[in-house]
Design a protein around this ligand. Structure first.
Ligand code: HEC
Length: 183
């Protein structure tokens, strides 16, 4: 390949030189196929991005409460990672538990505004039929997460496992009552 063209291609692909050298007379069909796919993707990916911008926006209340829920979940996930793999981040355990506690305290308010959509695993209308029960579920999680923060500081692994189960049950109880099925 001419060095100029190769340089140009490199530039356009952000220095990514995948298969660049193989475009020359005698290139196999296989290689050309790969380039075709890449070119098609470039054409397709842009309009898809534009399309999604035109679609109706997700209700901002729904987006927000899902973010609150993910923050609860990612901190639980962090705790799981550390314990399961004995990662050298033991000092973070109590912090993660505290973060679960803090995010849990935001759940009730985040769901006050009635809004539903078609998403699998999304919120059930029942939340707003019995909001005080929902709120109790959120308060229960806050309480169990507070206890988790306490046992994390103590470092007793049996107590930690026991309390983690209680936190997990608080998630499960609320999901069973107030989340639509995942499939
Ligand atoms: C008081 C009720 C309640 C509690 C407690 C609760 N959740 Fe949820 N969670 C929900 C509801 C309702 C949804 C669906 C929200 C929606 O999609 O509109 C949800 C959604 C989620 C989602 C999906 C978020 C998304 O991006 O769509 C995750 C992950 C999740 N919860 C994890 C957890 C974990 C982990 C816990 C416990 C540590 C927990 N939840 C505790 C009610 C609860």
């Amino acid at each position: 390949m001419r060095p100029a063209l190769e340089g140009q291609l490199r530039k356009r692909t952000g220095g990514f030189s995948l298969a660049v050298k193989t475009i020359q007379p005698g290139a196999s069909m296989h290689t050309i196929g790969k380039w075709l796919v890449m070119a098609l993707l470039a054409v397709v990916v842009v309009p898809v991005g534009m399309l999604s911008a035109q679609q109706p926006e997700e209700n901002p209340y729904i987006t927000y409460r899902r973010n609150v829920m993910r923050s609860v979940a990612s901190n639980m996930g962090g705790i799981g990672d550390i314990l399961k793999n004995q990662l050298p981040f033991q000092a973070n355990l109590a912090e993660h538990a505290k973060n679960v506690e803090r995010s849990a305290a935001m759940i009730a308010k985040a769901f006050e505004q009635k809004a539903t959509d078609e998403k699998k695993g999304g919120a059930k209308e029942d939340i707003w039929k019995d909001y005080s029960k929902f709120k109790m579920g959120a308060e229960n999680l806050t309480k169990e997460a507070q206890a988790l923060t306490g046992v994390m500081a103590g470092g007793d692994s049996k107590a930690i496992m026991g309390q983690l189960q209680k936190v997990g049950k608080a998630c499960k109880d609320c999901h069973e009552a107030f989340r639509k099925p995942m499939n």
